[in-house]
Design a protein around this ligand. Structure first.
Ligand code: GMT
Length: 385
């Protein structure tokens, strides 16, 4: 006998807690589902940055792998499996929504296999959202490819935030063409991420600013050194400042690069910020010259704040940024071309305003929260039959 399929769903959301885009998307989905009255259980190593664990209908389940000194490798995927099993025994779930293939979809699969030995039939369905590096880097690494592929094919539904990532999953992981992947674009809260501070009259568009903004986790694939090279060229041609938001392993190298270029006084490191909308709306334009990006949620959040985006023409970014309308897309590594675009936007205020307004308009019309969450709920209901 399967679990009751009532209007109210019991959904387990499995995600990373870090400030990365997949954790943000998962937290926003969990919040919205709870707001609609569904019973939501979030599983992660810590409370995701954008999640309020005290809100009604939402329970946060911390996953804490026990340390056992002879075992030097992390037991997190197994602790996550055990936690899903433990919670499901007490409060059966209709489905588990795993964000990121490894280890989340694999742990959910294993939990389901264990639960099947106890209560055959009453098993949660598995919906897996792929976010990018789980396919392009981790998942396609030969050491992980078979398990990633297996976890995808064992899911009842698989989603990606861009058509590009769906195609890359078919191609890189040799997923059969008839295995359907739902494309559900990422989304943004355009009330929180807006050009105007809450409860004030519009001001941002009338304030001339020459600040370039970049947000990332400072990993090599973000090419933060290109951000600095672009800024150096922009600065050489006129006034400008650079704000770097986020943190990660590349930061010391980037600090050294900025010092070597004599730009230390013109660049600010703001670290990870929860007041991101305020920082974004202070900027003139957003830079995202990544090596790859399945979607580029950081760019979308900047667009919602009215910033044009100068980014690499790569991955899913062309599905977010419309070249020549909401910003500029140039080949990966072409810092000269990106600097020309950025300088043009700083020098031509009407152009910048026009593109900023178009960026905000695109975020409002194409990437709203409610339709995206509605798509996920439709997928949940489809797999639940
Ligand atoms: O970009 C990262 O390194 C973080 C990563 C994550 O897993 O949080 O972001 C990925 O997922 C985001 C949400 O779907 C996307 O907006 C990012 O483009 C994607 N990053 C890459 O594909 C490199």
């Amino acid at each position: 006998m399967s679990a009751p399929r009532s209007e109210t769903l019991r959904v387990g959301v499995v995600c990373f807690s870090t400030f990365g885009g997949s954790g943000v998307v998962a937290a926003e989905i969990a919040t919205s589902l709870a707001g609609r009255g569904h019973a939501v259980h979030v599983f992660s190593d810590d409370v995701p940055g954008r999640l309020d664990p005290t809100r009604p209908n939402l329970t946060f389940h911390p996953v804490v792998p026990r340390a056992y000194p002879p075992l030097t490798h992390t037991l997190y995927p197994l602790a996550l499996t055990s936690k899903i099993v433990e919670v499901s025994r007490r409060q059966p779930l209709d489905l588990i929504h795993a964000h990121y293939a490894l280890p989340h979809a694999t742990s959910a699969y294993l939990a389901r296999a264990l639960l099947a030995t106890e209560t055959p039939g009453a098993l949660p369905k598995l919906v897996t959202t792929l976010h990018g590096t789980d396919i392009t880097l981790v998942g396609s690494d030969p050491s992980f490819l078979p398990l990633t592929r297996f976890s995808i094919l064992a899911s009842d539904a698989v989603t990606t935030p861009s058509a590009w990532l769906a195609a890359a999953t078919h191609e890189k992981l040799d997923v059969p063409p008839d295995f359907a992947i739902d494309v559900v674009p990422n989304f943004v809260d355009t009330v929180r991420f807006s050009p105007d501070p809450p409860q004030t009259t519009p001001t941002a568009t009338s304030t001339p600013t020459s600040t370039l903004v970049h947000v990332s986790n400072f990993r090599p694939l973000k090419r933060v050194d290109d951000v600095v090279r672009i800024f150096a060229r922009v600065r050489a041609a006129g006034p400008a400042r650079l704000r770097l938001i986020g943190d990660g392993p590349e930061r010391p190298r980037i600090e050294a690069q900025i010092a070597a270029l004599g730009l230390t006084s013109e660049v600010e490191f703001l670290g990870e910020r929860i007041d991101l909308p305020a920082v974004l709306r202070d900027g003139a334009l957003f830079l995202l010259p990544s090596e790859t990006e399945s979607f580029g949620l950081a760019a979308l959040e900047a667009m919602a704040c009215g910033l044009p985006v100068v980014a690499s023409a790569v991955g899913g970014l062309p599905e977010v940024v419309v070249d020549g309308e909401t910003g500029y897309l140039r080949p990966v590594g072409d810092v000269e071309a990106m600097a020309v675009c950025a300088r043009r936007l700083l020098d031509d205020q009407p152009l910048r305003r026009r593109m900023g307004a178009a960026a905000r308009g695109r975020a409002q019309t194409q990437f709203r929260v409610e339709p995206a969450v509605e798509r996920y709920v439709e997928i949940y209901r489809r797999v639940l039959g």
